[in-house]
Design a protein around this ligand. Structure first.
Ligand code: GLY
Length: 248
């Protein structure tokens, strides 16, 4: 298991990368009241995870889709957390892709002025970028990510086994993020060049998650709140759409 410790002024968080990273969950869930946020796709894909590992944990299931990352749904999550009787030492587990990570992370940031957040990214895009670095947000009045916070997760569990259920479109979005890191990091660029014919191989793409996150960790440590260098990481979505268009 690889480990990246991310030191920021607000928190020292740990990213675990590798098969079996999600097996940390039972230990993290032990001992206090917890709460999980996921979406309807992830809930349906991993019935055992929710019926066994999260058996004693209230789980808020967001309808799947970017359009549900709203202020209104954030309010519903916070209300469910209060109803579950969470307290300051409770932990929130965000299990899903970028939408779940964003809205779940923001709920953790706001509840009682901040409880521990564990990110469990299940898409390539979330594993290679969005689950790490503490950006959380929801959309309001049609404006994307206009309500948010920088709130570092205590742990990020990057388990490549989640990628096995991803549709092709999601893989392409993740590849877009990897291409972004290749543009910023010579070693990642070299790895992509030398393996041009393997860009459709999940195993190869998963092997690039760690170098991308190591690059991101350095940038976030230097500029947690995006006053300078971190802005370089904002082109990923555009790159993702370009990858999608170019490969049909
Ligand atoms: N996805 C860009 C960032 O986390 O800064």
């Amino acid at each position: 298991m690889e480990k990246i410790v991310l030191h920021t002024p607000s928190l020292e968080g740990t990213v675990y990368i590798g098969e079996g990273a999600a097996e940390r969950l039972p230990e993290l869930l032990r001992g206090q009241k917890n709460f999980a946020v996921t979406d309807s796709n992830v809930r349906a894909l991993y019935p055992d995870l929710f019926s066994r590992t999260f058996r004693e944990t209230p789980v808020f299931v967001l309808p799947a889709g970017e359009e549900n990352k709203t202020f209104e749904n954030l309010g519903k999550i916070l209300a469910a957390m209060a109803e579950a009787g969470l307290h300051r030492s409770s932990r929130l587990f965000a299990v899903g892709g970028g939408v779940v990570g964003d809205i779940g992370g923001l709920a953790a940031a706001l509840y009682m002025r901040g409880i521990s957040c564990m990110q469990v990214p299940t898409t390539l895009l979330a594993q290679v970028d969005s689950a790490v670095g503490g950006k959380t947000a929801v959309d309001l009045s049609g404006v994307k990510n206009v309500v948010g916070a920088f709130f570092q997760p205590c742990e990020v569990l990057v388990d490549p086994r989640f990628l096995l259920t991803l549709p092709a479109r999601e893989i392409k979005c993740g590849l877009g993020e990897i291409v972004k890191y290749a543009a910023l990091d010579a070693d990642i660029f070299q790895a992509l060049r030398e393996n041009e014919n393997r860009l459709g191989e999940l195993g190869f793409l998963a092997s690039l998650v760690s170098p991308c996150l190591r690059h991101k960790a350095k940038v976030v440590e230097a500029d947690e709140r995006e006053s300078g260098e971190r802005k370089s990481l904002n082109v990923g979505h555009t790159t993702g759409h370009a990858v999608e268009l170019s490969s049909g």
